[in-house]
Design a protein around this ligand. Sequence first.
Ligand SMILES: Nc1nc2c(c(=O)[nH]1)N[C@H]1C(S)=C(S)[C@@H](COP(=O)(O)O)O[C@H]1N2
Ligand SMILES: [Mo]
Length: 241
Amino acid sequence: MADREKGTPEGPPVGRRALLGMLGLGAAGLAAAPTLQRGWDSFLAAASQEDPTGLSALLPNPGGFRYYSVVGSVPHRSEADYTLRITGLVRKPMTLRLPDLRAMPQTRVVHDVQCTDGWRVPNTPFAGVKLSDLLDEAGVRPQGKALRFTCFDGAYSENLTLEQARRPDMLVALQMQDKPISHAHGGPVRLYAAPMYFYKSAKWLSGISVTDEVVPGYWEERGYDIDGWLDGADKNSGGQG
Ligand SMILES: Nc1nc2c(c(=O)[nH]1)N[C@H]1C(S)=C(S)[C@@H](COP(=O)(O)O)O[C@H]1N2
Ligand SMILES: [Mo]
């Protein structure tokens, strides 16, 4: 199992498990954690509040996924109050709501999901709007070189170069496994960067800003590669689209 502290190329200086040890948290505390009444997503979300560094990674993970959030609690955004702002070096800054995103052409991408912690979920369908379509709509100015993604958890951020973002397998995703993306998985809207490690796929996406250079994201400021290519990703092709 490729743990972060075992020196994977993407690993940060201190692994999540090491942090856990430093915090003195144990799985026993989790076993006593609140009920499953509100469903698995809520349980994982609650567990992660005790465990911002990833203790929930030690829980069984139905479907192969594990819950990650760098903050304890994340506000919910619904149909009524979700917005995605596209700003920065664009001709036409935009604020999009869920119906706006649904009205755009939808692309479905099936790829293996892979976290740097070693877990992997094969053949996972995501669907949504191609980043390239959004960029065309907003009109990137000539100085634009990269995208910075921000999240309504108030903490996480990510980036892609424009060239990476224009691949047809880079999505602003509305669906995961052919269902609306749940809150726990970053819904209603998350990024899905199919050819890259899953940390590039920012959950709870609220902003896309076109920048004149790559701005390191949350984990990248803590030691991760800026380019999160999966082994075997075809870095030069447009992906599978
Ligand atoms: N906003 C936000 N996005 C995030 C993260 C996070 O902590 N916050 N973690 C990243 C990492 S490391 C992984 S592996 C995936 C986990 O997605 P999941 O919780 O849907 O399994 O989300 C990525 N996007
Ligand atoms: Mo991850």
